[in-house]
Design a protein around this ligand. Structure first.
Ligand code: 5GP
Ligand code: ZN
Length: 117
């Protein structure tokens, strides 16, 4: 765990790479996706390097609770509380995970298709 110097999301969390950060605590940072797929598209990440949801352990429950509570807070702040939103995390190649630092996409502001592509 800790920080990985070659990881883009660790570097965003450490403020070494610029991002439009909308929420930050010691454990969780949220910022706007650079290539948004919906009118609202935020990424929520742990500040600690965790490769994916598949790498979570027994001690990570509080971290996950904080991420989900931050998502609800941000959905309200972004004005999509009533219209609805999706929180999704990709694991591995078939899911399209392109950054190996766990992140949750918070998507909203339009009708979202189901199932995803
Ligand atoms: P994945 O495909 O791994 O589930 O999602 C990675 C997401 O991170 C993509 O939606 C991509 O647009 C976003 N992303 C990748 N690099 C950066 C970056 O340097 N800054 C920001 N803000 N978003 C990034
Ligand atoms: Zn990382």
């Amino acid at each position: 765990m800790g920080q990985a110097s070659d990881c883009i999301f660790c570097r965003i969390a450490a403020r070494e790479v610029p991002a439009d950060i909308v929420h930050a605590t010691d454990r969780v940072v949220a910022f706007r996706d650079a290539n948004p797929k919906a009118p609202i598209h935020l990424l929520l990440i742990p500040t600690e390097h965790v490769e994916s949801a598949a790498a979570l352990g027994n001690g990570d429950g509080d971290l996950l609770a904080e991420i989900f509570q931050a998502a609800t807070h941000l959905a309200k702040a972004e004005g999509i509380e009533a219209s609805g939103w999706r929180l999704v995390t990709n694991v591995g190649p078939n899911a399209g995970q392109s950054v190996p630092h766990m992140h949750f996409h918070l998507l909203g502001g339009r009708s979202l298709g189901w199932p995803p592509g």
